[in-house]
Design a protein around this ligand. Structure first.
Ligand code: NBP
Length: 481
């Protein structure tokens, strides 16, 4: 009996995806560079389905029905190229190599191009949901050639998470790196989601005086509102946890230096290339960087930098109105962060020639992935009508939602600033919102200054076509450039 799918790379993600396929009735051929992982998987879970054990890539290839589907789940970067290089001579036309790791989308574009020249399909798929998602149903964002999806799609849709209406959280995104691109932006949004939750937590503590266990109750309540989401749910669990060693809340013994594996940074780097203002994601990446870089600098800052707080702002201990303000600010900030991320997808679609369907993409994120949330159902609906909003914030239901949250949002940002409590994403999203709706931006002065020192020219409000320059170092008359 031949296997329908092969998996090479059996660390946590590969092993769990392999088990997921097997549990769905597929025969799965298993391979790992070091055979120990293959045997460990078979020892522990070999009875969950039909597996074929292989020791070499040649054996893996021989174990598969054709056209072959080989899922590569090795460490992103050079290991993926190394595995591809070894696989290619063993494969035949129309075989599909699938990279389910967190690969950089430009690598995926290159790999698809290179493999297409050899008659092979290369499919980069974004997989979200961590270890548990991989086993029980991840959100899957496949790119690659359209025709490969005919052969691969049904398997992926089987093992993917299902939305409440039964739709699989897996759909073909577009060619080459589109799947990995969408996964990258998903991760960026995940950074921003976690950062605003962190900011809310800090304000609830420092302004409202709520202890972690009390905050856990608050987050549990919030999880029954429009904020309902996996991250809000697990925030309650983390905040409720008590450290066995010290009997203190666990959160108080965790070092406040956030790690990152790079996908948030990639999102921001790419946003800079595209000129896409994903300020919430950028602030979140920088907030992690600030927290974890240079402990010496943070210590010195605590010693020498004054707070400059006037002392007029009282804490609002246990004030339910302030707690509700924070909840609304969190919702509004989250909406802006999603609006920014989705706008980045639109810009990338233009740049790379992808037809990215935002309703479908929001739909894929409804279940299985880390940012899964009730809100994504509403976002999906906002993009389903004939008239697509130019920006998520323009969808009528979100105009109303933000209008309702605005007074709270402004109060929370003002309070944070007055009290010297950092809330970078609450603030940057509000700034983005205010910048978008402002009839004139200070960019006019920027243009004036650029023209002054560098003759960079400017356009006039009363002439859509002309390019102008003022002779700043001459008689200061204006000339058409
Ligand atoms: P790792 O990223 O830790 O990679 C370990 C696997 O890569 C092992 O099977 C290892 O084989 C193999 N490998 C390496 Br390292 N170099 C190799 C090479 N030159 N040739 C062949 N195999 C090589 O595994 P993971 O945490 O399961 O993640 C897999 C992918 O999924 C990554 O891209 C990751 O970013 C992504 N991802 C992870 C998560 C998560 O929650 N962990 C979530 C979503 C996506 P060995 O056993 O012989 O050393």
């Amino acid at each position: 009996q031949k296997a329908q799918i092969g998996v090479t790379g059996l660390a946590v993600m590969g092993a769990n995806l392999a088990r997921n396929f097997a549990r769905h009735g597929y025969t799965v051929a298993l391979h790992n560079r070091s055979v120990g992982k293959t045997d460990a998987l078979l020892d522990a879970h070999g009875d969950e389905g039909t597996f074929i054990r292989t020791e070499t890539l040649q054996e893996l290839v021989d174990a598969l029905e054709t056209p072959r589907r080989i899922l590569v789940m090795v460490k992103a970067g050079a290991p993926v190229d190394a595995v591809i290089e070894q696989l290619v001579p063993l494969l035949e036309k129309d075989d599909i190599i699938i990279d389910g790791g967190n690969s950089y989308f430009q690598d995926t574009r290159r790999r698809e191009r290179e493999l297409a020249e050899q008659g092979l399909d290369f499919v980069g798929i974004g997989v979200s949901g961590g270890e548990e998602g991989a086993l029980l149903g991840p959100s899957i964002m496949p790119g690659g050639p359209r025709k490969s999806y005919d052969s691969l799609g049904p398997l992926l849709e089987d093992i993917a998470a299902k939305a409440e209406d039964g739709t699989p959280c897996c759909a073909w995104i577009d060619t080459d790196g589109a799947g990995h691109f969408v996964k990258m932006v998903h991760n960026g949004i995940e950074y921003a989601d976690m950062q605003v939750i962190g900011e809310a937590h800090e304000l609830l503590r420092s302004v409202a005086g709520l202890e972690p266990a009390e905050q856990a109750d608050v987050f549990e309540q919030w999880n029954r509102t429009e904020l309902a989401s996996y991250l809000i749910e697990i925030t309650a669990h983390v905040l409720r946890q008590v450290d066995a060693r010290t009997d203190q809340p666990l959160i108080d013994v965790i070092v406040d230096a956030a790690g990152q594996k790079g996908t948030g940074r990639w999102t921001v780097q790419e946003a800079l290339e595209l000129g896409s203002p994903v300020t919430a994601i950028a602030e979140s990446v920088f907030a992690r960087a600030l927290s974890s870089a240079e402990p010496e600098m943070r210590l010195e800052a605590q010693r020498v930098l004054p707070a400059g707080i006037g002392g007029t702002t009282e804490d609002v201990v246990h004030d339910p109105e302030f707690v509700e303000d924070v909840r609304k600010a969190l919702y509004a900030s989250k909406l802006v962060s999603y609006a920014q991320g989705l706008d980045m997808l639109t810009m990338a679609g233009r740049e790379y020639g992808w037809d990215l369907d935002l309703a479908t993409i929001a739909g894929l994120w409804r279940e299985g992935c880390i940012i899964r949330a009730q809100l994504l159902e509403v976002i999906m609906e906002a993009y389903q009508g004939d008239k697509q909003p130019l920006n998520l914030l323009f969808a009528p239901e979100f105009v109303t939602a933000v209008e309702e949250a605005l007074p709270s949002w402004r109060r929370v940002v003002a309070r944070a600033v007055e009290r010297g409590i950092p809330a970078p994403v609450f603030a940057t999203t509000l700034n983005y919102y205010d910048s978008l709706r402002r009839p004139r931006l200070n960019a006019a002065l920027t243009q004036g200054l650029r023209d002054f020192f560098g003759a960079h020219t400017y356009r006039r409000v009363d002439d859509a076509e002309g390019i102008y320059h003022t002779l700043w170092s001459g008689d200061r008359s204006e000339v058409v450039s």
